[in-house]
Design a protein around this ligand. Sequence first.
Ligand SMILES: Cc1ncc(COP(=O)(O)OP(=O)(O)O)c(N)n1
Ligand SMILES: Cc1nc(C(=O)O)sc1CCOP(=O)(O)O
Ligand SMILES: [Mg+2]
Length: 220
Amino acid sequence: MNSDSISDIISGIYAITDPNLLTSQTALLDAVDAALAQGVRVIQYRDKLASSDQKLERAKAIHRLCKRYQAVSIINDSLELMIAADADGVHLGQTDGATALTELDIPKQKIIGVTCHDDIELAIRAQQHGASYAAFGRFYPSNTKPHAKPAKIETLIEAKQELSIPVVAIGGINAHNMSPLLDAGADCIAVINAIFGQNDTQKAANTLVSTFNRLTAGFN
Ligand SMILES: Cc1ncc(COP(=O)(O)OP(=O)(O)O)c(N)n1
Ligand SMILES: Cc1nc(C(=O)O)sc1CCOP(=O)(O)O
Ligand SMILES: [Mg+2]
């Protein structure tokens, strides 16, 4: 991982892989490479289908790719897989251990992301317990996770007032609808379908990254 601050690391476009969209290891690694080449800063390996051996091999390969592009690799759900693959961090939902962060044995330098849905109190508690970023969503209807709890843009505004850790927005986001989330203060935009569900990953990543950069130019 590079030595930037967490707000430099968790910023821009955060791409999350999906085994239903990237059905082979080659497709997965080619798509991740294409996304990173276009300036995606964070990759989350999210795979609820592969075997443990496959997951370890893929997580390690994604971490190597991220290192090459000075991006960071995050593992969804599993602290054990993050440690085994020596990935840069883990993303935990409310049923994956996020409620007991202080009881988990997470190496100090690792990034810890926590799902906070639409709940600012969950985020404040997560920050107090060591979370590196808070993710809110879903902001728009999501084909990937249609039953994810909806979140309000006002929650992002409140999150920016209450939290010092970066704020990630997720759920049905694409280049056409990210603007209100950035205006509300989201530091980072997490996407699955808008990048890995498109025919041309490189073009999709380029559009997302350039839209993010254009919309946030002059924010600071
Ligand atoms: C960046 C980011 N935000 C939210 C989630 C969702 O995590 P979770 O609630 O644990 O749901 P699953 O991804 O495990 O289905 C995420 N993965 N990444
Ligand atoms: C994995 C996930 N978590 C969500 C949440 O709200 O916590 S929404 C979501 C799916 C994101 O995929 P897409 O960009 O294709 O909608
Ligand atoms: Mg989870």
